[in-house]
Design a protein around this ligand. Structure first.
Ligand SMILES: Nc1nc2c(ncn2[C@@H]2O[C@H](COP(=O)(O)OP(=O)(O)O)[C@@H](O)[C@H]2O)c(=O)[nH]1
Ligand SMILES: [Mg+2]
Length: 489
């Protein structure tokens, strides 16, 4: 059957049966193989049943603030005397005794570099953690005092397993539902639906002119791929777009050569199938399938299987100030995230994998870049974007939460000439005061209204000094903890 592009930029897809079956069988075999490994980890299960272990996935596009939040979170939980966590009941009641960081058992994933990130934040002058683009895992053993009903008390340990992975990988998951032809049409549709083509008009014209049946020339495909990768990077850097595939191309410089053929008109699915092995279409199709099976499917299995909760970090401020297109693209990304986590659907993904994530949290990060009076508007904006995408069937009873946080509060508010403003240090260490463009709790209804935000993004700030002798100041990390763990402590 045909795939159909719908107005929202989504594609509803069904495979020609034999091909879909083969792909699905191959993937299923792989999944079963991995599944056996997981069964051996029965101690996990026991701990889960006793409510002692909760596995939280932390994701967000690169720069969203994952490493910084993890560092702040671990620090707050391990230094209960210094931390300010009034919104997290165990801390408020003095029952939070501390936490220890351990490698995640059996995950085979590198441990999160907490020491490195913390020492960057606490150095003189303070620095942001180095940007990382890989996945990591760790366990935080949180020690708590437990009160007995009949008086007296004892202790319990909650194991918080944190798995941090790039949001760019999440953006690749829809590829599991598309064959190469579907993907080409999907990409062509997305490129045609906004103004991103303006970033690389020459390249996109050449891609559209690349004949599916012509013999593939490796040097030509390589050159096109280099340009296409730069186009994707520009979509991210210059337009702050979120839903970009292949996502891994934004994180490493491997030679994926994953190019969409943008003009398949004039070829039916059958005709494409008959094209010779050495044609552009067949060569690119094989590269696409190798990527989906070699990179995307293993990630789904090795990572997602264990997650109980998922936290998605969003640079809502950066996106809002980048303008309407960036925000629309973020919504499109949310739609795909919703599709990934939805329950009980009969779609292709859920045949392979049934998500057991029982809570999905979204947090707007870095809200210390705007005045406290705007925090609520930000939270409302994020909530509205989520409401628009997570409608009815999309999340089938999966509870969604949203927050607005700053993992490390880099500014404080001051009054100058009767006006509230933010003061802090910029990345070069210059002391500065600024007032951000007011954030409204509704998006502009007219195109012209976006002028209020465009080009008015607040400055990037440096972490504050003196955290090594005191605590890490934050905004609402305690509220986030409560959403993540409140029912488990
Ligand atoms: N003002 C402010 N900036 C932050 C905060 N957290 C992260 N940032 C900025 O965002 C950048 C990326 O953060 P990072 O944690 O490395 O993001 P990751 O790529 O998702 O791990 C940092 O280098 C900082 O410039 C925060 O709480 N407040
Ligand atoms: Mg990072």
């Amino acid at each position: 059957m045909e795939s159909q592009a719908t107005g929202s930029g989504q594609v509803s897809l069904e495979y020609p049966l034999d091909q879909a079956d083969k792909r699905s069988k191959r993937l299923k075999e792989k999944l079963r193989h991995w599944g056996r490994g997981a069964q051996e980890k029965s101690h996990w299960l026991a701990e889960r049943l006793m409510d002692r272990r909760v596995c939280v996935g932390v994701t967000g596009l690169s720069g969203a603030g994952k490493s910084t939040l993890l560092t702040s979170l671990i620090y707050q939980l391990s230094h209960p005397q210094k931390a300010q966590l009034p919104g997290f009941a165990p801390a408020l009641n003095g029952d939070l005794l501390g936490a220890e960081l351990k490698p995640a058992l059996d995950s085979g994933l590198p441990v999160f570099d907490y020491e490195g990130c913390l020492s960057a934040l606490m150095s003189h002058p303070p620095r942001w953690p180095k940007s990382t683009r890989d996945v990591s895992a760790m366990e935080l053993h949180i020690h708590l005092r437990r009160h007995r009903r009949l008086g007296g008390g004892d202790y319990k340990t909650l194991i918080l397993e944190l798995r941090d992975y790039p949001g760019e990988w999440l953006m690749d998951l829809p590829m599991l539902r598309m064959d190469f032809r579907d993907w080409c049409r999907h990409q062509a549709h997305i490129i045609a639906s906004d103004t991103r083509a303006g970033l690389a008009p020459g390249l996109l014209t050449r891609l559209a002119a690349l004949s599916p049946e012509a013999e593939a020339k490796e040097s030509e495909l390589q050159a096109l791929w280099r340009e296409y990768r730069q186009f994707l990077l520009d979509c991210r850097e210059k337009r702050k777009l979120s839903y970009l595939q292949p996502g891994r191309a934004l994180l490493d410089d491997e030679d994926y050569q994953l190019l969409p053929l943008l003009d398949l008109r004039g070829f039916s699915a059958d005709q494409l199938k008959q094209l010779p092995d050495g044609s552009n279409y067949q060569v690119l199709r094989r590269l696409y399938e190798a990527y989906v099976e070699g990179k995307v499917a293993p990630f789904l299995e090795s990572h997602f299987k264990h997650l109980d909760r998922q936290l998605v970090l969003v640079d809502m401020i950066g996106t809002l100030f980048a303008g309407e297109q960036a925000l629309e693209d973020m919504r499109l990304a949310f739609t795909h995230i919703a599709d990934t986590f939805r329950y009980g659907e009969s779609g292709f993904l859920s045949k392979l994998w049934r998500p057991k994530v029982n809570r999905l949290l979204f947090a707007a990060t870095k809200v210390d870049q705007v005045l406290a009076a705007d925090h609520d508007a930000l939270r409302q904006l994020l909530g509205q974007q989520l409401q628009q995408t997570f409608t009815g069937a999309r999340h089938r009873g999966l509870p969604i939460f949203s927050e607005a946080i700053a993992a490390v509060r880099c500014s404080h508010e001051d009054q100058r000439n009767g006006r509230r403003m933010l003061v802090g240090y910029d990345l070069d260490g210059r002391y500065l005061g600024f007032e951000n463009a007011e954030i409204f709790s509704r998006l502009p209804s007219e195109k012209s209204g976006w002028g209020h935000y465009t080009g008015a993004a607040p400055p990037q700030l440096r972490p504050p000094q003196g955290m090594d002798s005191g605590s890490i100041p934050h905004i609402r990390v305690d509220a986030l903890l409560n959403l993540l763990l409140g029912d488990k402590v």
